[in-house]
Write a protein that binds this ligand. Structure first.
Ligand code: SAM
Ligand code: SF4
Ligand code: F3S
Length: 481
């Protein structure tokens, strides 16, 4: 895992485990232990799973030894994410020696990718459940208890879990994710997501607004709207409209992403709204002007570039060029001058030359991203790239290029963060700083981490902080009235 040192709950997180909050533990009921890996959408799904099982009398535990059911919600995005999940499953299987009744299930993208192979080849699990099958988990557990193995990896064109109220896990009570869509229709050639998550579908906007209202009433101060490509969010009350027809339909009853942003922003001026991820080919001026219009829509866009070279972008099937991306960044900064922009980069994609790699390095220097998640290419079975292109950049070269990309990004970050010095920002306090009990941490609208002396302030408060010092990834300052 590279580039994830600045851990952000509102960002894609890879290979990091999250345990269910034990706040809902009840010693009477059957106990569920759930561990999650992968992106924010997977973490949001785990909250749906917890909700579905809570309705069936399950409570959650952080102690795996006392679990009746263990679920691991997995990621397939890179090979190392799958290796981590397998190792975990092996560890969990040891527990079966003392507890033969223990049910172990694999959920999420790896379950979808490997399907029943998981049962045939690995014998590590009793249940294999893909991302669209979570409503059937209680039945799948029942099936295992009656002596069978259970698999449900059907992908759906409709499932959005729209009306299920997620059980908020490891919540700080201040920030929360809201899934607004599922799946992806983009088919970037390196990416396994379209195969593990299925076709893109958007969730009913009124259930999204209701979830934001409920969170606001519970005291939450920030929501992050999640989708693999939020700019293609599109919903109509007419269930007949789907796919291409829905994309082309116009009219007052069509809700696009800009409109959805506005609907959520209007829940309360006190509730911040963020979103992730934007696709450079799809983000519109309407979205940018909506960010500008509402103070509570954060000035922050995660805009993955993947490569700075047009030939490689074409091979990646990203459907934009280097120039298109540069124009997008310029347009964002023209409309929202202080917008935080972050990105994702892949080093060493199939056939990438040294010169093409340097195009990426140069673009990183030019763009002055506030943060980047940086990876080297990992070939994924079944993807377009695996079928069409040779994974021919040697691993050593991939790692060397990644290192150069990281260096370029860190140097540029060190410089660009200095523009924040002496500025005053509205900061939403999220908690106590990791380094000192006497300091609090929060974020400004641009999503920079801001640390400052505690004073009489508390998590959930908004404060104005004047920045006096900075490191590469953190701003330090003092509260001003
Ligand atoms: N939907 C988002 C987008 O279009 O950028 C993010 C998708 S993915 C969950 C998060 C990131 O993982 C991608 O932006 C990409 O940088 C990286 N990624 C995806 N497939 C990869 C692969 N095969 N090897 C290395 N990195 C990969
Ligand atoms: Fe993967 Fe591309 Fe879809 Fe993102 S937009 S999830 S990178 S296929
Ligand atoms: Fe997310 Fe990993 Fe699946 S990044 S969509 S959990 S492959």
């Amino acid at each position: 895992m590279y580039g994830n040192e600045e851990k952000k709950i509102d960002e894609v997180r890879q290979g990091e485990a999250l345990l269910l909050d034990d706040a809902v533990v009840n010693s009477e009921s059957r106990k569920l232990y759930l561990e999650s890996y992968g992106c924010a959408m997977n973490f949001a799904d785990s909250e749906i799973v917890a909700s579905i099982l809570k309705d069936k009398g399950y409570s959650t535990t952080r102690n795996v030894e006392e679990a009746d059911v263990i679920f691991i919600n997995t990621c397939s995005i890179r090979d190392n994410a799958e290796v981590a999940a397998r190792n975990k499953l092996k560890q969990f299987n040891v527990l079966k020696k003392n507890n033969p009744e223990l049910v172990i299930g694999v959920l999420g993208c790896m379950a979808e990718r490997l399907k029943s192979k998981f049962l045939e080849e690995e014998r590590l699990v009793d249940i294999v459940a893909g991302p669209d099958s979570y409503r059937s988990l209680p039945e799948l557990i029942g099936q295992v208890e009656s002596g069978q193995k259970a698999v449900n990896v059907l992908l759906s064109r409709e499932e959005t879990y729209a009306e299920i109220a997620p059980v908020r896990m490891q919540s700080n009570g201040i920030t929360a994710f809201i899934s607004i869509m599922r799946g992806c229709d983009n088919m970037c050639s390196f990416c396994v997501v379209p195969f593990t998550r299925g076709r893109e579908r958007s969730r009913d906007p009124f259930t999204i607004v209701k979830e934001a209202q409920d969170l606001h009433q519970q005291g939450y101060k920030e929501v992050t709207l999640l989708g693999q490509n939020v700019d293609s969010y599109r919903w109509s009350a007419n269930p007949e409209l789907r796919g291409k027809e829905l994309k082309e339909a116009e009219g007052d009853d069509i809700v696009n992403f800009a409109k959805l942003l506005e609907m959520v922003a209007l829940v309360s001026p006190d509730l911040r709204v963020r979103f992730s991820t934007s696709h450079p080919k799809d983000i519109t001026d309407d979205v940018l002007f909506m960010i500008k219009k509402y103070n509570n829509i954060c000035n922050y866009i995660h805009l993955p570039i993947q490569s700075g070279n047009t030939r490689i972008l074409e091979k990646m099937n990203r459907t934009y060029t280097r120039e298109w991306y540069i124009n997008k960044v310029n347009r964002i900064r023209e409309i929202i001058p202080d917008c935080g922009i972050t990105t994702d980069v892949i080093a060493g994609f199939c056939s990438e030359t040294e010169e093409e790699h340097q195009d990426t390095v140069n673009l990183i220097k030019w763009a002055q991203f506030d943060m980047a998640y940086m990876y080297y290419y990992s070939e994924r079975p079944g993807t377009l790239a695996e079928k069409k292109y040779e994974d021919d950049v040697p691993e050593e070269t991939k790692k060397k290029r990644l290192q150069e990309i990281i260096e370029a990004q860190h140097n540029s970050q060190r410089e660009s963060i200095k523009k924040c010095l002496n500025q005053t920002y509205d900061v939403l306090i999220e908690g106590v700083s990791k380094k000192s009990e006497n300091e609090l941490m929060g974020r400004n609208s641009q999503s920079h981490v801001v640390v400052f002396p505690r004073g009489n302030h508390k998590p959930g408060d908004y404060v104005k902080v004047k920045i006096t010092e900075c490191t590469r990834a953190t701003l330090m300052g003092v509260v001003v009235e």
